[in-house]
Design a protein around this ligand. Structure first.
Ligand code: OGA
Ligand code: NI
Length: 389
């Protein structure tokens, strides 16, 4: 043994200890139970990585909600959620069409939620867009981080939970949010995703506009009313892919908390695994899986435009221990520069004038407000509310 060796070891030890950041040194000092996620919450970049850690049997405190949070869930009798046959709205006889318009109005009023069948979006396209999103979430962590975005309104944003900068406990969810209209964006990876996403976005947008036409009529307005008033030709369309990995303790985790969506209508599809719940008459209702349907919910801007006739529906996403769930929510809103207020035509009637229940607000400002805060029920809409309706 020579003195050289000894010195070299010393230098290595010295440089090693210098490289350990202070926060890590502190962590090492306090023993952590196994399976505990790093103590710095802002370091969490994806739930997928955590969910896939070998031998994970419990979830860390960073993702644990009180067990009573989920509350009572009601099963509604099969067939009670409204079903809308889109083909009759588009190419039915006048009689069939007016019946569907009436059903749409009822669905918006009583549920804020309905399932659309015969929508014409090919089944193959639904499965390829779901596969494409799976491909995105399966990319390496560093590759996904290239798309993390910096600002709320960045056109492409990958992230976890909803808004980690303001949350204390995180949701069991990763997301990819992409603005697909009026300007189409897409992540460049995985190969093929952008082509499929473009086609899917266009087809779904078509259906959303058709539904909004019927909804306008159901309010007693011209079919093109919403389209024109909110400039849907340049309407904001937001593609949100959600990943809810298998969770070892689903009763303690939450995929997405109760919230309403900011747009007019959201059209959602999912892989074979359910988890969406909507609030109906004060109770949580399981939506289940409906492979060929588009699941539609009303958003805050339909509530504002209709002066509260059609309320945005509260909904949430549960997680489970049986498989990884992927959903794609496509939010359709006004153009970003539209100032939305209750339709004046709805404020006058033979029964006398009805006061506007919401202030006018620019959609872009509303969107920024909703996305930069915690996701909490209808807290954002409450800021636009003048009086209870
Ligand atoms: C959403 C949403 C529900 C779901 O993305 O806004 O409500 O089931 N998703 O993923
Ligand atoms: Ni939602």
């Amino acid at each position: 043994m020579c003195g050289h060796c000894h010195i070299r070891i010393h230098i290595t030890q010295l440089s090693l200890s210098l490289r350990i950041p202070l926060s890590m040194a502190a962590e090492a000092a306090s023993p952590l139970p196994s399976n505990t996620f790093p103590s710095q919450p802002t370091k969490i970049t994806s739930i997928k990585t955590l969910a896939e850690s070998p031998g994970l049997t419990s979830i860390p405190a960073t993702h644990t909600f009180p067990p009573d949070l989920h509350g009572q869930v009601t099963s509604v009798p099969e067939g009670s959620i409204p079903v809308i046959d889109y083909s009759l709205l588009i190419s039915g006889t006048p009689g069939q069409r007016s019946k569907i318009v009436h059903e749409l109005g009822r669905a918006c009023q009583d549920w804020g939620f309905f399932m659309v069948i015969n929508h014409g979006v090919p089944q193959k396209l639904l499965s390829s867009i779901l596969d494409g999103c799976k491909g995105f979430f399966d990319l390496a962590e560093e590759e996904k981080q290239e798309f993390k975005g910096n600002h709320i309104l960045d056109p492409i944003r990958f992230g976890t939970s909803f808004n980690v900068s303001v949350e204390k406990v995180f949701y069991w969810r990763d997301f990819l949010k992409v603005s697909v209209h009026p300007v189409f964006y897409s992540p460049t990876k995985p190969a093929g995703l952008s082509e499929i996403s473009l086609e899917y976005s266009q087809r779904v947008r078509e259906v959303a506009r058709g539904l909004l036409k019927g909804i306008s009529e159901s309010l007693g307005l011209e079919g093109s009313y919403i389209d024109k008033a909110l400039n849907l030709e340049r309407g904001k369309q937001l593609f949100i892919a959600n990943l809810y990995p298998t969770c070892p303790q689903p009763e303690l985790a939450m995929g997405m908390p109760p919230h309403s969506d900011h747009g007019l209508l959201t059209l959602l599809i999912q892989n074979g695994i359910g988890g969406l719940q909507i609030q109906h008459k004060g109770k949580w209702v399981n939506v289940g899986t409906h492979p060929n349907s588009l699941l539609v919910n009303t958003g805050d801007h339909l509530e504002i435009l209709s002066n509260g006739r059609y309320k945005s529906v509260l909904h949430r996403a549960m997680v489970n221990s049986k498989g990884t769930r992927i959903s794609i929510a496509m939010v359709h809103g006004p153009s970003l520069d539209s100032v939305v207020s209750p339709a004046p035509e709805l404020l006058v009637s033979s029964k006398g004038d009805e006061p506007a229940a919401y202030i006018g607000m620019k959609y872009k400002d509303y969107l920024e407000l909703q996305q930069s805060n915690k996701l909490e029920g209808k807290a954002c809409l409450d800021r636009a509310r003048i009086s209870a309706v």
